[in-house]
Design a protein around this ligand. Structure first.
Ligand code: ZN
Length: 162
């Protein structure tokens, strides 16, 4: 198969702008093109699906619904935690982002929604849950992944091994 279009198993470099409600939330203007390994859930599924088959230099506007982006907003995605269960040296304030370990030992992202004397309300929704994502993307380059990148299922950019 020819390797000059976006397809699973290739590393894609793209310029992108992400807008939500007309506001630019993120773009490659500052950091340069974003690289991702297609087919490995490195980017939101609704965007990846629309990029398959794009050629180098091709641009596209893609609208991603919440269910194909960061998920629907979950009204149940909140939890009240007694302050005594949080580290006492932690400066807790609204908007603070935490990594919380759940009962299965998985790390979960959470944001402090509100604080009272006794408890802290955590919001486990992704900050962009429920948002319709408007991407403008341009494919800048395509390349084969290294063996290690393929094994890890993500791109290794210089100086960022994980
Ligand atoms: Zn890795």
């Amino acid at each position: 198969m020819s390797k000059d279009t976006v397809q699973d198993g290739l590393v894609v470099s793209m310029d992108y702008t992400l807008r939500v409600d007309g506001e630019v939330l993120d773009s490659s203007d500052d950091a340069g093109p974003l690289q991702f390994l297609a087919g490995y859930e490195n980017i939101v599924p609704g965007l990846e699906r629309e990029m398959i088959g794009m050629k180098i230099g091709e641009s596209k506007d893609v609208v991603v619904a919440p269910e194909d982006g960061y998920g629907e907003f979950d009204e149940e995605g909140f939890m009240d935690v007694p302050r005594s269960e949080l580290p006492s040296d932690l400066e807790i304030e609204e908007g603070l982002e935490l990594s919380v370990t759940d009962e299965e030992g998985q790390n979960q992202y959470a944001r402090v929604e509100s604080v009272s004397d006794e408890s802290v309300r955590l919001d486990f929704n992704h900050p962009l849950a429920g948002a319709e994502l408007h991407f403008s993307v341009t494919v800048v380059a395509l390349r084969e992944p290294t063996k290690e990148e393929l094994e890890h299922g993500h791109v290794h950019e210089e100086g960022h091994h994980h």
